[in-house]
Design a protein around this ligand. Structure first.
Ligand code: GLU
Length: 296
């Protein structure tokens, strides 16, 4: 089977160092397998998006010589795919409406315990839609980290597939899109280890085989927080890509020699594909990096 990988940024801001690590890791892994590397813009949550961010992200990928295969896919154009699946599950009874508020769930210990599972609520505007958890996943294999464990209470939960505000849930969209696009392996940041169990559950509920997973170490800032668009992590430089590129590659475990420092961006990327090995990735899932090129 041929390899299909992808990079799936949410356009909540420009790419920062952490998202560059995810872009590079997924690109190198795909190209080292002579595979395709797709780009999907995960614009599912308009209130958290920044106008113009999607275009900016694509420009940044170009500037870093990360050229994607095929057309860019936008989740905002794929609501029908998500809604059709939800409708099938509602009709079969696998999904149900739930009126519990976050506050009520918190008061019951923070995990949803199926309060509305058998209430047969009908299309109420004040409801979220949940999926009956019939295929819980308590652990999965990661290409770098081996067997990773998911907390039982999280794995057993009937999770939300459509929010009360009408937005589709990330886990649902990601799995339906990865299936639809023929993705064979997901390479992304270690912050997404926890939702992976739910995503594998979705594959099983859809009678599909899950993709392979590789989670890359997460870059933390000096205060120990994940770099994120919400935390206003600094955008990486489009005009001068080399410092951030070399720092991100060092972070991914490459041994950057003086010769590589002198090479062009496209040569560095080609060298990265040639020299990529999953075993060189740091074993830790969270790292506070110290950069020689001070790109952070
Ligand atoms: N859109 C997600 C993010 O930007 C990544 C989704 C994924 O790679 O599965 O954090």
């Amino acid at each position: 089977m041929s390899y299909i990988g992808r990079f799936a940024p949410s356009p909540s801001g420009p790419l920062h160092f952490g998202s560059l690590v995810a872009a590079l890791g997924s690109y190198f892994q795909a190209k080292a397998h002579q595979g395709q590397w797709l780009v999907r813009i995960e614009d599912l949550d308009p209130p958290r998006e920044m106008p113009g961010a999607a275009d900016l992200i694509l420009k940044t990928l170009d500037a870093y010589h990360l050229h994607w295969d095929g057309e860019v896919v936008y989740q905002s154009e794929r609501h029908e795919l998500y809604q059709n699946q939800i409708d099938r599950w509602l009709a079969s009874g696998q999904a149900y409406y739930c009126q519990c508020t976050r506050k009520q769930i918190k008061a019951l210990g923070g995990f949803y315990r199926g309060t509305c599972r058998n209430l047969h609520l009908t299309n109420e505007s004040q409801c979220a839609i949940r999926l009956r958890m019939t295929h819980p996943i308590y652990q999965f294999e990661d290409q770098r980290h081996g067997t990773l464990t998911i907390p039982t209470s999280l794995a057993d939960e009937d999770f939300i597939i459509k929010r009360r505000d009408g937005l589709f849930a990330y886990n649902l969209a990601v799995v339906l899109d990865d299936i639809d696009q023929g993705v064979t392996e997901v390479v992304r940041g270690a912050d997404l280890i926890e939702p992976t169990g739910r995503q594998i559950s979705l594959y099983h509920m859809l009678a599909k085989t899950e993709v392979k997973y590789l989670h890359l170490p997460l870059a933390l800032d000096k205060t120990g927080h994940k770099l994120s668009k919400q935390n206003h992590a600094k955008a990486i430089d489009n005009d001068n890509p080399k410092p951030a590129l070399l720092d991100a590659m060092q972070f991914l475990g490459f041994d950057i020699t003086e010769e590589i420092h002198q090479a062009s961006v496209s040569e560095i990327i080609a060298w990265g594909v040639e020299n990529w090995h999953v075993e060189q990735l740091p074993a830790a899932t969270e790292i506070t990096p110290i950069f020689s090129n001070r790109s952070l």
